[in-house]
Design a protein around this ligand. Structure first.
Ligand code: GLP
Length: 230
């Protein structure tokens, strides 16, 4: 595992874009796994204002809420369109359909797409409770794309984005730990004190189901970009 320590989210975004540029120029980036959340916003801003060309790159997103449509401003489909896809053309973009009638079939469809388009790079943020994508504490390392019941901690953190008269979904679709670990290269971004506990578990070097981020210790190519010093 490699760590790049930065002073700010913006500097972190710059570092991520540099890695992406290097992989693109080396002809190694055909499929890019994307993440959502406030951590990723400066990254997409930098990607948009750069001259990077993604028109030959297929994108996959990690996760999506169940029960809110793609045009709902809190759906991850909406987030991606707003921050990246409406401004930078990609060859193809995929995200789980949280409105699918048959959610199990949707998981199988998504996992099949991932098998057909192996991820070259996967971006990851971290939840305060150590989740990656929506793989909450207790998730099996063998998990593939699945339906998840969000933990109260995730609901508490993410409900800040929903207005008072809305109820935040309590279930979601997420790529599993195993789906994420298939990516050739993982880039983890975590900024601020609130992510410190999860990072401490990662740097402690012991894999624990209770802290899904620690599964990354088993991956051969992980770069952590953080403003926290250890
Ligand atoms: C959400 C997403 C994760 C993301 C995390 C961190 O729950 N499902 O994929 O990494 O929260 O979000 P933020 O960057 O806003 O802290």
């Amino acid at each position: 595992m490699q760590t790049i320590t930065v002073d700010s989210k913006e500097q972190g975004a710059e570092e991520i874009c540099n890695i992406v540029r290097g992989e693109l120029e080396a002809g190694r980036l055909h499929v890019l796994g994307l993440a959502t959340g406030s951590t990723m916003e400066p990254v997409y801003e930098k990607m948009v204002s750069s001259n990077l060309d993604f028109s030959d790159v297929t994108a996959f997103n990690l996760d999506e809420y169940i029960g809110i449509p793609a045009d709902h401003e809190n759906s991850y489909a909406y987030y991606m369109k707003k921050h990246l896809f409406s401004k930078k053309p990609f060859k193809q973009t995929y995200i789980e359909n949280g409105m699918a009638e048959d959610l199990d079939a949707e998981c199988v469809r998504y996992e099949t797409l991932l098998k057909e388009n192996p991820l070259d790079i996967q971006f990851l943020g971290i939840g305060e409770n150590g989740h990656i994508a929506f793989n909450e504490p207790g998730t099996s390392p063998e998990s593939v794309t699945h339906v998840v019941e969000l933990t109260q901690s995730t609901i508490d953190v993410n409900s800040q984005y929903f207005s008072e008269d809305e109820t935040m979904p309590t279930t979601a679709l997420t790529m599993g730990i195993s789906s994420i670990m298939q990516a050739k290269k993982l880039i983890v971004a975590a900024f601020g004190e609130k992510k410190r506990a999860a990072l401490e578990k990662l740097y402690a070097g012991e894999i624990s189901t209770e802290w899904p981020v620690t599964y990354l210790l088993d991956h051969p190519d992980v770069t952590v970009i953080t403003d926290q010093k250890f």
